[in-house]
Ligand binder design. Structure first.
Ligand code: IPE
Ligand code: IPE
Ligand code: MG
Length: 235
């Protein structure tokens, strides 16, 4: 079971309370702790959290700095907790634009938890699904430029057997119903679950009800159950 979460609504949560947006991000960090614990308890195998998108670089410098301060603090404080709970940490996204000190913390956290097997916690920082897909294509020699239009034309010929774990359930808090350039490939058959509650108010009960709703969904994968599927080549 792979659950991905677009943790949205921190800024509005704070603004509604007359607080600076950064207070919303701090409260959001606590919601991360709660959710990681809940996911591990519920037996989730992979949890991917969207913490900072490529587009988020366009925010005011003070807010970006506050967010990266929280990432640093999170890695420093939570690595030992992850070890205790056997949670393997993995940061996805671009690394070439991150502060070298943050990269060192990331590498240390990944190495320290590399043997952990209970759950994989992936945190997306400076992440863009479109950029990731282009990287894959470039590594296959299918693309030599970063031209979006060219990529869109070439995507049609990409092999679809990449060893990427597909997302089963995508949750987005904060009321918006969009992907915001998150895991576009991996969410090809994800169940989508939108929550109007802002991320800082998201708790274990919300996570459990998302899982409960997921378990009630009928995932047909294009088939009409319970009829025996027709083999594509004989259709
Ligand atoms: C999500 O909350 C956190 C990040 C994107 C880093 P927002 O900061 O987007 O909060 P809203 O959507 O403005 O309320
Ligand atoms: C998506 O939230 C990115 C993260 C949660 C890290 P945004 O608030 O940045 O997305 P948009 O602007 O509403 O699409
Ligand atoms: Mg937002």
């Amino acid at each position: 079971m792979h659950v991905a979460i677009i943790m949205d609504g921190n800024g509005r949560w704070a603004t509604q309370r007359g607080l600076p947006r950064t207070a919303g991000h701090r409260a959001g960090a606590q919601a991360v702790d709660r959710t990681v614990e809940a996911a591990a308890r519920q037996g989730v195998d992979v949890l991917t959290l969207y913490a900072f998108s490529q587009a988020n670089w366009q925010r005011p410098r003070g807010e970006v700095r506050a967010l990266f301060g929280l990432f640093r603090r999170y890695l420093k404080e939570q690595t030992s907790r992850c070890l205790e709970q056997s949670i393997r940490l993995n940061i996805i996204g671009r690394r070439d634009r991150l502060d070298p000190r943050l990269i060192s913390l990331i590498e240390a956290a990944e190495q320290a938890t590399a043997h952990c097997t209970r759950m994989i916690l992936r945190i997306a920082i400076d992440y863009s699904a479109q950029w990731s897909l282009m990287q894959v294509c470039r590594s296959f020699g299918l693309l030599v430029s970063t031209d979006h239009e060219r990529f869109a034309r070439q995507l049609a010929v990409v092999d679809n057997s990449l060893p990427v774990s597909q997302v089963d359930l995508l949750i987005r808090t904060g009321g918006e119903q969009r992907m915001s350039d998150f895991l576009l490939w991996e969410c090809a058959y994800a169940e989508l679950h939108f929550v109007s509650r802002a991320w800082p108010d998201f708790g274990e009960e919300d996570f459990q009800s998302a899982l409960a709703e997921f378990s009630r969904r009928d995932r047909r994968y294009g088939r009409i159950e319970p009829t025996e599927p027709v083999r594509a080549q004989h259709a």
